[in-house]
Structures are given as C-alpha cells and as structure tokens.
Ligand binder design. Structure first.
Ligand SMILES: Cc1cc2nc3c(=O)[nH]c(=O)nc-3n(C[C@H](O)[C@H](O)[C@H](O)COP(=O)(O)O)c2cc1C
Length: 347
C-alpha cells in the first residue's frame, strides 16, 4: 500500500515541511505550526539514536506528541548502523509517520567522527545506516543532507547510494557543509539531481514562504522551511494553496496578493497558545523560560515592542504571559483587528 505522501506526490501536490530545528522544533512549536497551517508536515529536532536506545526517559519525553502534529517525522543521527536499527524499534511505538536521518549538520567535532554530514564522505556507512533501518522497520526512511561536504561534485553519486539502500525520500539543502550559512542560493545542482534519481526530492535553504517555495520547487517534490517560520507561523499560508480556500472565503481581507497577514489579535493569541503548549509539554517553569525568546520575536516588527521587552523576557509562568499580553491588548485595543501590514507601526 502506498503512503499518503506518495499519493500526494502522484496527484501533483508539492509537499511542505517544517524543517527540523534543534532547540526550537519541539512539540509546542510544531503544534503552533500545525494549528496555523494544517497542510504542512513537521520534522522533529534531531535525537541521537544511541541516546534513544540507552536512555530510560528520552523516548517518552521527546516522541510523545499531540495528534495535531501528525503525520510526524522523527529525525535521528548517529554513526553505528546497529543502533539506528534499535532506535527504529523504539520509534515505531509512538505513531510516527517516518524516520529521517540527519546527514546534514556540519558541526566539526561530530563530523570528524563520521556522524551527520560526515556521512557524505563515508558513503558505505551512510548506505548501511539506511539499509539497517529498512531491515528493522516498515516505516519509510528519509535522509536530510546537503549539496556536498567540501564541494558539490559528489551529490548524485551519494544520492544514488541512498536510493540503492531504499531511502524513500531525500531532502537536500543547497549549501555544502563548509559553506555554513554563507553564499547565495543555487538550486541548480538539486534540479540536476532530480534527473538522476527516482525517489521524491525536497529542497531546502532560504525559502521565505509558500509562494517562494512554489517558485523554487519547479520539478522537485516539495520544500522545507525553518528560519522564515520563526516568529511567523503564517508563512505556509497562501491564497494559491487549495487547502486555504475556506480560510480565503472567510478571511479574504487578510490576504494581500497571495500572502496571509495576521491581525495583532491573532499574533497575541498564538503567543499565548505557544506559551500554554510549552508549559504543558515541559514543566511550567522550563516552558516559561523557553517562551521568552519566542514572545519578543513574535512582535519584532512592532517598534513599540521595546516598551514591553523587559516584561516579555522575564515571564516566570503562564499568568505572567497572560498579564503582559492583556496589557498589550489594552494598550492597542483599537488596532487588534487590523491586519499587521495596515497598522501604522509607529502608533
Ligand atoms: C538553530 C538551528 C537548529 C537546527 N537544527 C537542525 C536539526 O536538528 N536537524 C537538521 O537536519 N537541520 C537542522 N537545522 C537546519 C535547518 O533544518 C535548515 O536546513 C536550515 O536552517 C536551512 O533552512 P532555512 O533557510 O529555511 O532556515 C538547524 C538550523 C538552525 C539554525
């Protein structure tokens, strides 16, 4: 039987993914994203396969999730193929859609020991990782990787190794490991790769929003976004996406050209939802410390955020979050239902 996402591709849909993000892409963040854009698929932060196998508590704390996050993709990393297989058996218990292997991260220390993007220059181990995972589980196995390690001259060969090991899908970020976040986007090598492999191919890197993704995706099968979602979970909405038709009818006025602009009310609402979910999924104190960085970011386009910054970055619990949000609501009550582009931001 075909997986739901293979059917989507056959029906010419482009797959939209929230990219994996260490320290950010936790259950609360994913719930925010799916509440706003139900048509996307989320990938978890990376977890060490080794740690999943040996820790008594990690699997429960990071793999348990809310129904709204599904279909959920779990990303793992490690180097010994055997531990990947053991981790897959654990992941299977948590209603996960598929497993993604991190062959992306460029951190020097770990790359040296052949983890992460280091696997790009250790093709045989990369092959065995995917092969062992496929032997251990029926869940589809995908890989997130880059154009190359030093250069982009090995991408097609590497992708073929993965395809031969029965990887089900491949995501390629358009930079090499050495390029970190520098250079100008060049998707050409990814378009070229598409001609050489049969498995679905997703692109990643500097995609700004849904429309930008659709322009860049061309003959590929989808795109993945991270940084542009930070403070703006509405980036995946567009009046050109069929699933937003209903939304479009009800809230047409919030689309300018094709892009959705939330009202200040919606932003404040999602800030509280995010804080609530962080408190529920971690303990309240930890959740409150973690929400601080998000609260300021949600409002970063309003110059008046500086007035509230101190309060936003020192919330201690959910009541504090509610209080500061109510204060903002009160202060800007005349602007709550105006979409953000129309608010004179100097008010
Ligand atoms: C703080 C941070 C954490 C990240 N964590 C992961 C991760 O856990 N796994 C992974 O494959 N990529 C990770 N990435 C890379 C992103 O998934 C993505 O490939 C990259 O940011 C480029 O996409 P963007 O231009 O849309 O941000 C991380 C990036 C950043 C900045």
């Amino acid at each position: 039987m075909k997986d739901f996402w293979q059917k989507l591709i056959e029906e010419q849909w482009k797959l939209c993914f929230l990219a994996p993000m260490d320290w950010y892409g936790d259950s609360a963040y994913r719930q925010v994203m799916k509440k706003v854009a139900p048509h996307i698929m989320c990938v978890t932060e990376f977890y060490s396969a080794d740690w999943l196998v040996y820790s008594k508590t990690l699997a429960d704390s990071v793999l348990q999730h809310d129904k709204i996050e599904e279909p959920l993709i779990v990303q793992i990393f490690w180097k010994e193929p055997e531990n990947f297989a053991k981790a897959a058996k654990i992941i299977e218990r948590y209603n996960i859609a598929w497993i993604d292997v991190n062959m992306w991260c460029p951190a020097k220390k770990v790359v040296k020991s052949w983890h992460w993007s280091g696997l790009m220059i250790n093709e045989e181990t990369a092959y065995r990782v995917v092969e062992e995972l496929n032997k251990a589980t029926k869940l589809p196995i995908s890989v997130k990787t880059r154009l190359g390690f030093d250069w982009d001259d090995n991408l097609i060969r590497f992708a073929k190794w993965l395809e031969n090991a029965w990887a089900s899908l491949l995501t390629v970020h358009w930079r090499t490991a050495k390029q970190a976040y520098t250079w100008f986007a060049n998707f050409e090598p990814i378009y070229e790769l598409k001609k050489h492999i049969k498995i679905p191919l997703i692109c990643n890197g500097d995609v700004k929003n849904y429309e930008d993704g659709m322009n860049k995706v061309k003959g590929l099968d989808g795109f993945m976004i991270w940084r542009a979602t930070f403070w703006n979970p509405w980036v995946f909405l567009s009046d050109t996406h069929p699933s937003t038709t209903l939304l479009k009818e009800m809230e047409k006025w919030k689309f300018i050209d094709w892009q959705y602009f939330p009202t200040l009310w919606e932003i404040l609402d999602i800030m509280y939802f995010h804080a609530q979910k962080l408190s529920q999924t971690k303990w309240e104190r930890k959740g409150s410390l973690e929400i601080r960085k998000h609260l300021v970011c949600y409002l970063k386009n309003f110059p008046w955020v500086k007035v509230f910054r101190k309060k936003l970055v020192s919330v201690e619990n959910l009541v504090d979050v509610e209080n500061v949000i109510n204060e903002i609501r009160n202060e800007y009550k005349d602007y709550l239902w105006v979409i953000t582009t129309k608010i004179d931001i100097d008010i």
